[in-house]
Design a protein around this ligand. Structure first.
Ligand SMILES: C[S@@+](CC[C@H](N)C(=O)[O-])C[C@H]1O[C@@H](n2cnc3c(N)ncnc32)[C@H](O)[C@@H]1O
Length: 260
């Protein structure tokens, strides 16, 4: 369990106070006064990670982080706009998502993929995200329900996603056979993701570790149509677990699927 303390940005107004209280209630961490100290100072003084509560967002600093992790749907916004122009998205294509489909995201992270999936499955579909790290789960869940994006389709897609804090394999054991069309796996593989700087803070806060036999076998049991994985093109995971790898030229990340 990470050791985290909660503080506020600058002089907290009533809204920031309420948000700090919500974080304390949800995560059970101690609150410390800011007293105009820098985050660097707080990280050193308390030897703990620091969750800074601002008016508009939560920012998580783990030890040795100079840039915080916070929720932002920028990449999802970009992908939604492309879909709205009639372009394709490889996640949607690989997962064969259409209005009414259900999509269980076992590795929610910043929920970029889940937001894109939620847009594709629409109001008649269903998207749920599982996130093992309690801090990431809290920050992403709060962002999905409170962040006010610039366009309605993005807001609708975000608000429809439900979030569960749990480790995917343990969550899956309690789910019925063939109860989700698609089960999606995008864990933190070992290869660093150089092409995406907005992703770097997530790498520093998230749970690492690859797929396990139990995780994949539970995913296969729960999926009605496909289990889909995203991994670096050279990752052994495709062969190891029998995923059909979809080779995309000039991309570092490939999708793979196991058909039911
Ligand atoms: C590569 S990121 C996922 C990014 C996500 N697809 C997105 O679009 O933002 C992997 C996320 O899965 C989480 N994670 C890793 N192992 C997990 C597990 N066993 N169960 C649930 N979540 C896990 C990590 O904490 C991290 O937030």
């Amino acid at each position: 369990m990470n050791h985290v303390r909660i503080t506020t940005a600058g002089r907290p107004d009533a809204l920031t106070e309420a948000r700090a209280f919500a974080a304390q209630e949800a995560l059970g961490y101690e609150r410390i006064p800011r007293n105009k100290r820098s985050v660097k100072n707080l990280l050193a003084t308390y030897s703990s990670d620091i969750l800074v509560v601002g008016k508009e967002r939560y920012e998580l600093y783990r030890q040795a982080m100079s840039e915080p992790f916070f929720f932002h749907p920028d990449t999802a916004a970009f992908r939604l706009k492309r879909l709205m122009k009639g372009e394709s998205d490889p996640l949607i294509t690989t997962c064969q998502l259409e209005p009414g489909s259900s999509f269980l995201d076992c590795t929610l992270g910043l929920a970029t993929d889940s937001i894109v999936a939620s847009f594709a499955v629409g109001a008649t579909g269903k998207v749920m995200g599982i996130e093992a790290d309690p801090d990431v789960a809290f920050i992403t869940a709060t962002g999905l329900s409170q962040f006010e994006p610039k366009f309605q389709e993005l807001e609708d897609a975000m608000r429809r996603i439900s979030v569960i804090q749990d480790s995917a394999a343990s969550f899956l054991t309690g789910v019925s056979d063939e109860s989700w069309d698609m089960v999606y796996l995008d864990p933190m593989f070992s290869q660093a993701i150089k092409e995406s700087s907005s992703f770097a803070p997530l790498r520093q806060v998230a749970v690492h570790g690859g797929l396990t036999e139990e995780w994949v076998s539970e995913a296969k049991r729960v999926a009605r149509k496909r289990v889909v994985v995203k991994a670096h093109f050279s990752d052994p995971v495709f062969d190891q677990f029998g995923f059909t790898q979809i080779k995309r030229p000039n991309t570092k990340f490939h999708f793979g699927y196991i058909e039911k």
